[in-house]
Design a protein around this ligand. Structure first.
Ligand code: AP5
Length: 222
C-alpha cells in the first residue's frame, strides 16, 4: 500500500527504459503500472475493435490518434486501484494528451503529477530496441539479447513463467527510425511543457537498471 499519493509520469524516448523502470517503481510504491503501449498491444492480440484500429499505426511506428488513447487513459485512471496513484508509461505523448491528463486529475480531485524524464543517448536507444525481447506470458518480462539465453522463441527465464520470448513488430529498423522521429516531433515538447510547470526531474537513464531505479525513486519521493 502506498504511503501517500504518487501520480507519476515516466517520459523518455522509445527504449529509454520506461517499461523497465515503471515495473520496478510500481512494485516499490505499491501503485499500478499503466502502459498505454501494453494496453494497445493487448487489444491487438485479442483482436478487439480498438486493436484493429490501432495496429497499423503501431506497426508503422506512428502514434495512435489522441482521442483513442485519451479515452483509454480516462477509463483506466478512474479505476479504484489508482486512488493512491499510478506510474504512467507511454502516456502522455502529445501536448493534447498532457492537457487531457491535467483535466482528468482535476476532475478526480487528485494531487499534482510527478514527471520523471529518462535521458539516454540515441545510439544506445537503437542498440536497446533492436535487441529487445519480451515475454508472451503474464510476468511482463523485458529482456535484451545481450543477456545469456535471450533470443526469440526461447523460454522466459522468470521463475514459474511459462511464456516464450518474442520481438515486438515495431522493433524493426524502419519502425524504430519512425518512432524516434515521432518522439522528437511530438513527445519531446512535453519536456518543456512539464518543466515550465515545475514538475519535471531529468534522470540519467544509462547504467545499471537498479541504480537508475534508485535515482528515479529519489526524484519521485523528492
Ligand atoms: P510503447 O509501448 O509506449 O513504446 P515506446 O514508448 O516506444 O517505448 P518502449 O516500450 O519501446 O521502450 P521503453 O522506454 O519502455 O524501454 P524498455 O524498458 O522496454 O508504444 C508503442 C506504440 O504504441 C507507439 O509507437 C504508438 O503507436 C502506440 N502508443 C502507445 N502509447 C501511445 C500514446 N500515449 N499515444 C499514441 N500512441 C501510443 O527497454 C528497452 C530495452 O532496453 C529492453 O531490451 C531492456 O531490457 C533494455 N534496457 C532497459 N534499461 C536498460 C539499461 N539501464 N541498460 C541497458 N539496457 C536496458
Amino acid at each position: 500500500m502506498a504511503d501517500r499519493e504518487y501520480n507519476v509520469v515516466l517520459l523518455g524516448a522509445p527504449g529509454a527504459g520506461k517499461g523497465t523502470q515503471a515495473k520496478m517503481l510500481s512494485d516499490e510504491l505499491g501503485v499500478p503500472h499503466i502502459s498505454t503501449g501494453d494496453i494497445l498491444r493487448g487489444a491487438v492480440a485479442e483482436g478487439t475493435e480498438l486493436g484493429a484500429e490501432a495496429k497499423g499505426y503501431m506497426d508503422r511506428g506512428e502514434l495512435v490518434p489522441d482521442e483513442l488513447v485519451i479515452a483509454i487513459a480516462r477509463e483506466r485512471l478512474a479505476q479504484p486501484d489508482c486512488e493512491a496513484g499510478f506510474v504512467l508509461d507511454g502516456f502522455p505523448r502529445t501536448v493534447e494528451q498532457a492537457e487531457a491528463l491535467g483535466e482528468m486529475l482535476e476532475d478526480l480531485g487528485r494531487e499534482p503529477l510527478i514527471v520523471v524524464n529518462l535521458t539516454v543517448d540515441e545510439d544506445e536507444i537503437v542498440r536497446r530496441l533492436s535487441g529487445r525481447r519480451l515475454c508472451t506470458g503474464d510476468c511482463g518480462g523485458i529482456y535484451h539479447v545481450d543477456q545469456e539465453g535471450i533470443e526469440s522463441g526461447a523460454p522466459c527465464p522468470a521463475e514459474e513463467c511459462e511464456g516464450e520470448l518474442y520481438q515486438r513488430s515495431d522493433d524493426r529498423p524502419e519502425a524504430i527510425r519512425e518512432r524516434l522521429d515521432v518522439y522528437r516531433r511530438q513527445t519531446q515538447p512535453l519536456i518543456d511543457y512539464y518543466d515550465e510547470r515545475g514538475v519535471l526531474t531529468n534522470v540519467a537513464g544509462e547504467g545499471d537498471p537498479e541504480q537508475i531505479a534508485e535515482r528515479v525513486l529519489q526524484a519521485v519521493r523528492g
